[in-house]
Design a protein around this ligand. Structure first.
Ligand code: CS2
Length: 485
């Protein structure tokens, strides 16, 4: 049994100062924990949270309301040590379905002068930007709806826009928008989504947003697997914690934020948040080293029959393959500030992946590949080509992704491909196979930018990897990497 340190929430929240969109496990185990630590330290806080789910997981919102917004976060350092935190900083929970009463409550809360920051974790696809070009996908039905009905928005950019419109009309200064999703220049991307939507509706407002709304970027990091029945049972058995809204995560946590908050912010730096002028090197490092390795472990790992990150990193060939990816294909593309040693970072990442207290399912990471690949692998791949370096591991990753999106798993089990482009993948799988299937995937311009897709060195590397995978299987392909070094 682990040693459990219990940290209760004792202090009152005076005011709600932050509205969050996307009340998922990551938000509850990352941002909410920083705010709770802030509250515990100060003994009171005007930075309470109102968090909303947009058309997903109503049950969780109902549950949290029954518990007056209180829940627990179990932070596992390893099997031996865990901190169980009570979170009391979440003062209002909303479920925003199709329009209705709670959308109005959310918009009122966002328009209230006390709200000074709006944060988001709505996943990459929640911004409705093309992954390859970063342009707003105005043809998407949800965005088309928000253009036609700006006062009853469904999307996160549409909701932010309507809240800002109300503030502008009432003469209330703009809140700061802080995107906490895993995208490069995530502040800029969020600005792009909101501005493009505004420009189609109201040029005056677009100018005001351009001049007055800050969209700082940030890098967030904490491994937070989605909860399943097994995790709840373990919490009950090991920690005597019966909380249907609880979350399990690793003890590691990092948050690097661009310091641009015109209406003020919590003194996060006291809780270890790094407030910086330029977050880009940290974001790129995390996306390519951590998330890039995660996606490799996911697609490659699933094809050799693994289910969790822990299992995958304990496969010697796969661990070696990921180490090689980090050292030879991710690190060389990064330009880090002094004091950051990428070899140490890579070593620490491997130890985090090997945390056997987390049931981090590879299928969870494999979701939404079309939205994740560009920033995790493809921007780095372009740089590798420009530098004249090889990209063998990245090519195997892409081949494994194509395989995962179009074929059954090696044990013959069919799986659901959870991705906004899944219908396109199914269509391509029905029409093509082998080399022409790979070609058809590489021609998907929503995913692969032309500058990369046009390079024969890139296409050939992916074709070779896919050929070897289809012919010999992933296990033996990995083995050749181990033998080769
Ligand atoms: C993971 C991330 O699901 C995924 O795609 O790579 O959620 C990862 O666990 C976090 O970014 C860690 O900070």
């Amino acid at each position: 049994m682990p040693v459990v340190k219990r940290v209760p929430s004792t202090s009152p929240v005076r005011e709600i100062g932050i509205v969050h969109l996307g009340l998922g496990a990551f938000h509850r185990a990352h941002q909410a924990v920083y705010l709770q630590r802030h509250l515990n330290r100060h003994g009171q806080s005007e930075w309470g949270l109102c968090s909303a789910n947009l058309r997903s997981n109503r049950t969780l919102v109902d549950q949290l309301r029954e518990q007056d917004g209180r829940y627990h976060v179990a932070e596992y350092r390893d099997r031996e040590q865990v901190t169980l935190r009570e979170i009391g900083v979440l003062r209002q929970c909303l479920y925003v379905g199709e329009g209705g009463h709670e959308l109005e409550l959310l918009l009122q809360r966002m328009a209230a002068p006390q709200t000074r920051i709006v944060t988001l974790t709505v996943t990459e696809k929640g911004y409705y930007l093309s992954p390859a070009t970063g342009q707003l996908r105005i043809e998407d039905p949800a965005i088309a709806h928000d253009i036609a009905h700006p006062q009853a928005p469904r999307t996160a950019p549409g909701i932010i826009l309507e809240a800002l419109r109300r503030r502008h009309a009432a003469g209330v200064p703009a809140f700061t928008v802080l995107c906490c999703d895993n995208m490069p220049d995530n502040g800029q991307r969020t600005r792009q989504a909101v501005s493009a939507l505004t420009a189609m509706q109201d040029e005056g407002l677009a100018q005001w947003i351009n001049d007055h709304v800050a969209f700082p970027s940030c890098m967030v990091d904490r491994i937070v697997p989605s909860m399943d029945a097994e995790s709840f049972t373990r919490l009950e058995r090991q920690l005597d914690c019966r909380d249907p809204a609880a979350v399990v995560c690793e003890s590691f946590t990092q948050w690097v934020i661009e310091d641009h908050f015109p209406l003020g912010r919590p003194d996060w730096e006291v809780e270890g948040v790094q407030m910086v002028d330029n977050v880009r090197p940290f974001e790129t490092m995390k996306l390519r080293m951590l998330n890039g390795s995660h996606s490799l472990l996911a697609y490659v790992g699933l094809l050799v029959g693994h289910e969790s990150v822990f299992e995958a990193i304990n496969d010697a060939d796969l661990a070696h393959f990921v180490e090689r990816y980090m050292a030879q294909e991710a690190a060389p593309t990064l330009d880090m500030p002094a004091g950051i040693d990428l070899a140490v970072y890579a070593h620490d990442l491997k130890a985090r992946f090997a945390n056997d207290s987390l049931q981090h399912r590879l299928r969870q990471i494999a979701m939404d590949g079309s939205q994740k690949l560009p920033q995790r692998w493809l921007l780095g791949a372009q740089q590798l080509l420009e530098m004249g370096r090889g990209l063998a591991c990245t090519a195997v990753g892409i081949a494994a992704w194509i395989y995962y999106c179009t074929q059954p798993l090696p044990d013959g089990s069919a799986h659901v491909v959870n991705d906004p482009l899944s219908a396109t993948f199914a269509d391509l799988a029905g029409r093509f196979e082998g080399e022409s299937l790979v070609d058809a995937f590489l021609n998907l311009d929503e995913v692969f930018p032309a500058v990369l897709a046009e390079r024969s060195a890139f296409r050939d590397a992916v074709q070779r990897a896919y050929g070897a995978l289809a012919c010999d299987g992933m296990g033996s392909l990995l083995h050749t990497f181990a033998a080769y070094d």
